[in-house]
Design a protein around this ligand. Structure first.
Ligand code: WTA
Length: 644
C-alpha cells in the first residue's frame, strides 16, 4: 500500500498556508466550537453589517431550516471587486484566453472589471431588473458572461446561468421554472473553431417561455442575428449608462443564484445558494484546497454554466483577489497541446480540470505535453467525477513532473464548493481518493438499512451537519429539497454518492447510487433522457442507464421499445440520438441505443434497472435473481442484442 501513498513534499509542508497540524487544529476547532470558528472565518469577507450569528440549522422534518450568518449584510460583487480596489486595483483580475490561439487574450484589472460590472448592472437596471428578480444568463465563455453574473450580484438580482450547450427546450424550461423576465445572451458562441447560435436558441426558447420580456444580446462574434422587439444590443444599452452603480446591501441569507442540476427524478432542480454562506465557502475552499497566494495565476478550466465555474472561476478567486483565467475554447483544440500552451502563455500556477479531459489528452500520448514548458505550475486540481489512478498518475508525473500535488475535490452543485479534498501542505495523497473532509465537514457512511457504518467500509455518503456553502432550497419547491436530500437518512444530508472509507480514514467516491449518471463530469438524470426519447412519435418506452466509457467516465445507454409496426433500424437509432441532442443538448446524446421488444419489469410493472445496468456494462454473466420478473425471457433477448 505504501507505494500508493504520496507524502506531502517537504517544501509544501513548510511553506503551504496550512500544514498537517494546521489542518488538525482547524478540524478540531470547527467541531468543538463551531460558532466561534465560523464567525472567525466569516471575517475574511467584507460585511456591511458583520454577523453575530453563525450557523442555525436543523435537518429534522419538524424544524427543518438552514441559515448561516443570518444577521449579516453584505454584497457579493462588492466582495469580489470594490474591496480590492485600493490594494490591487491595477492587478489583473480576469485574463481571457480566446478560442482561436492566434487572437490576443484580453485582460481586465480589478479597476476595469469593477467598471464593466457596474456598467452591466446599470444596463440590467435600465431594463427593469431589481433586487430578487431572476436573470437567466445563457452565454459563451466570454468576459461579458462574468460581467453579467457579477452585475446581478451587485444589484441583488438572482442569476441563473444556463450552460450554453443546452438546447432551446432546456433553456425554456429553466427560464420558465424561475420566471425569468430577462435573458442575457450573445449573438453566437465559439468553441473549438465552431460557432454556436445562442441568440437563435433564445428566440426559439422565447416561444415557449411567456415570462421572457427582454433579451440583452452581447455582440461576441458579429454573426448575423435577427433582433426583434424584445431584444436589446448590450453595446448600445451600455453606451447610455454610467459606470457608477452602488452595490445593493443583501442579507447573508438572500439568494445569490440558482443553478439547475439533474436529479434522479423529474425535471432538473433549481439549486439555490445564499449570498453570505456560499461566498464564504467559495473563498475559503479556494484558499484552503489550492493554497492560494497573491501572485498566483489561477485557471479553472470549467464553463461558468456549471457550479465549478461559479465557485472556482468567479466567486472564490475574485473574493480572494486572485488573477483568474477564463478560457473560451476546448482543451484539445486546435491540437492536444492547447491546454499546456495556455498554461505557458499566461504562466498559470494552478490548473483545475476534470478527469474526462485528462483521459482524452492522455490518449494523445505524452509528446503534446512534454513539448511545452509548464514550469509555472505548482498545483493541479481535479473535479467532477472519480479520477482513475491511471489518469491521476499521468497528471502527476507527466503534466506536473512530480512537482505538483493533485487536489482531487469531491463536491456537488448542492454543496457550493469542495467538501472532501486534500490540502496540499497537509494531506498525503492517494491516487483516486479525494482523501479527507475539509474542516467543518462531518461525513458518515450508511448502509441500506439506515445504520451508520464505522471504520474501513463502503456505504452511502451522508454529511451529518450543515456548512456555510450548503444549498438552501430547490427554487419554488422547498418540500422537494427536503424530500430529495433529507428523508433517505433522516437528520442527515444524503449526497446520492457511494463511497469507500479505507483504514487511514481516506474517502474514495465510487459514483452515484441513484439514477443520475456522470457523463464527462456532467450530471445527467436518466429520467430526463427517457422523457426526451418518449417524446419521439415512434418510441413507446425507454429506459436509460450508464455504461462504462473510456474517456467520458460514463456513457449513456438507452433501451428503446418502439411503437407497434415501427421497424428498428440503424437510421432510426441515429435519428433518436439526434432527437435527444436537440431536446436537451449535445451532452445528453446517447452513446448506444438498443431496440428492445420489451423491458424487464417486475410483476408490479417496475423496470428492473439493475439488470439493464449489468447488460449495458457487458456484465451479463451475473444478472442476479431474475425470478421476480414478469417475463424472464425478455432478458435473454436483451443480452443477445446488446449493442457495443
Ligand atoms: C461527482 C460537480 C468523485 C459525484 C462539482 C457528485 C465526484 C457529482 C467528484 C456532482 C470527485 C464530483 N470524485 N466524484 N472529485 N466531484 N463528483 O453537481 O458523483 O455537477 O455527486 O458538481 O459529481 O456533480 P455536480
Amino acid at each position: 500500500m505504501t507505494a500508493d501513498l504520496f507524502p506531502v513534499p517537504d517544501e509544501w509542508a513548510t511553506q503551504a498556508r496550512i500544514d498537517a497540524a494546521g489542518y488538525d487544529r482547524l478540524y478540531a476547532a470547527a467541531k468543538d466550537g463551531p460558532d466561534a470558528f465560523w464567525l472567525e472565518q466569516a471575517k475574511r469577507l467584507d460585511w456591511i453589517e458583520a454577523p453575530q450569528k453563525a450557523g442555525d440549522w436543523s435537518f429534522d422534518e419538524a424544524d427543518f431550516h438552514i441559515e448561516w450568518f443570518a444577521d449579516g449584510t453584505l454584497n457579493a460583487a462588492a466582495n469580489c471587486l470594490d474591496r480590492h480596489l485600493i490594494e490591487r486595483g491595477d492587478q489583473v483580475a480576469i485574463i481571457w484566453e480566446p478560442d482561436v490561439p492566434t487572437e490576443e487574450p484580453r485582460r481586465f484589472t480589478y479597476r476595469e472589471l469593477h467598471a464593466e460590472v457596474c456598467r452591466f448592472a446599470n444596463v440590467l437596471k435600465a431594463n427593469g431588473a431589481t433586487k430578487g428578480d431572476r436573470v437567466t444568463i445563457y452565454m459563451p465563455m466570454i468576459p461579458e458572461a462574468a460581467f453579467a453574473v457579477l452585475a446581478c450580484a451587485r444589484i441583488g438580482a438572482v442569476h441563473s446561468v444556463v450552460f450554453g450547450g443546452f438546447s432551446a427546450d432546456a433553456l425554456a424550461g429553466r427560464v420558465q421554472d424561475c420566471d425569468s423576465r430577462i435573458v442575457v445572451t450573445a449573438d453566437e458562441g465559439r468553441r473549438g473553431g465552431k460557432r454556436v447560435a445562442l441568440k437563435a436558441c433564445v428566440d426559439e426558447a422565447a416561444a415557449q417561455a411567456p415570462s421572457l420580456e427582454r433579451v440583452i444580446v452581447v455582440r461576441a462574434t458579429g454573426g448575423d442575428v435577427a433582433m426583434g422587439e424584445r431584444d436589446v444590443w448590450y453595446h448600445e444599452a451600455a453606451a447610455q449608462v454610467s459606470t457608477d452603480c452602488p452595490p445593493e446591501p443583501m442579507n447573508a441569507e438572500d439568494p445569490l443564484f440558482i443553478l439547475y442540476t439533474s436529479g434522479s427524478t423529474g425535471k432538473p432542480k433549481g439549486v439555490l445558494h445564499s449570498t453570505g454562506g456560499y461566498l464564504l465557502w467559495a473563498s475559503l475552499t479556494h484558499e484552503w484546497c489550492f493554497d492560494y497566494r497573491p501572485g498566483d495565476v489561477w485557471w479553472c478550466a470549467a464553463d461558468i454554466g456549471w457550479v465549478t465555474g461559479h465557485t472556482y472561476i468567479l466567486y472564490g478567486p475574485l473574493a480572494n483577489g486572485a488573477t483568474t483565467l477564463m478560457y473560451e475554447g476546448l482543451p484539445n483544440w486546435p491540437d492536444a497541446s492547447r491546454i499546456w500552451q495556455v498554461v505557458d502563455r499566461h504562466r498559470v500556477t494552478g490548473l483545475f480540470t476534470a478527469p474526462t479531459a485528462l483521459r482524452a489528452l492522455m490518449k494523445e500520448g505524452d509528446a503534446p505535453v512534454t513539448a511545452t514548458d509548464r514550469s509555472s505550475l505548482r498545483i493541479l486540481g481535479s473535479v467532477g467525477e472519480p479520477i482513475n489512478p491511471e489518469a491521476w498518475r499521468w497528471y502527476h508525473e507527466v503534466v506536473g513532473e512530480g512537482r505538483c500535488p493533485i487536489i482531487d475535490t469531491w463536491w456537488q452543485t448542492e454543496t457550493g464548493g469542495a467538501l472532501i479534498a486534500p490540502l496540499p501542505g497537509a494531506t498525503a495523497l492517494k491516487p483516486g481518493s479525494a482523501t479527507r473532509p475539509l474542516p467543518g465537514i462531518f461525513p458518515q457512511l450508511m448502509d441500506e438499512k439506515g445504520e451508520v457504518l464505522e471504520g474501513a467500509t463502503s456505504g452511502n455518503l451522508c454529511i451529518t451537519g450543515s456548512w456555510p456553502g450548503q444549498m438552501r432550497t430547490v427554487w419554488g419547491d422547498h418540500d422537494r429539497f427536503f424530500q430529495t436530500y433529507f428523508t433517505t437518512y433522516p437528520g442527515k444530508y444524503f449526497t446520492g454518492d457511494g463511497c469507500r472509507r479505507d483504514e487511514d480514514d481516506y474517502y474514495w467516491i465510487t459514483g452515484r447510487v441513484d439514477d443520475v449518471i456522470n457523463v464527462s463530469g456532467h450530471r445527467m438524470g436518466t429520467a430526463e433522457v427517457e422523457s426526451a426519447l418518449v417524446l419521439h412519435a415512434k418510441v413507446a418506452e425507454a429506459a436509460v442507464v450508464g455504461m462504462p466509457h473510456e474517456v467520458k467516465g460514463q456513457g449513456i445507454y438507452a433501451y428503446v421499445t418502439l411503437n407497434g409496426g415501427v421497424a428498428a433500424s440503424e437510421e432510426l437509432a441515429a435519428e433518436l440520438k439526434h432527437w435527444v441532442r436537440r431536446e436537451i443538448g449535445p451532452i445528453a446524446t446517447p452513446d448506444a441505443i438498443q431496440f428492445a421488444p420489451a423491458l424487464p419489469k417486475t410483476r408490479s410493472g417496475k423496470i428492473m434497472r439493475r439488470i439493464l445496468r449489468k447488460i449495458a456494462e457487458g456484465d451479463t454473466g451475473a444478472l442476479g435473481d431474475t425470478s421476480t420478473l414478469a417475463d424472464p425471457a425478455v432478458v435473454d433477448d436483451l443480452v443477445a442484442n446488446r449493442v457495443g
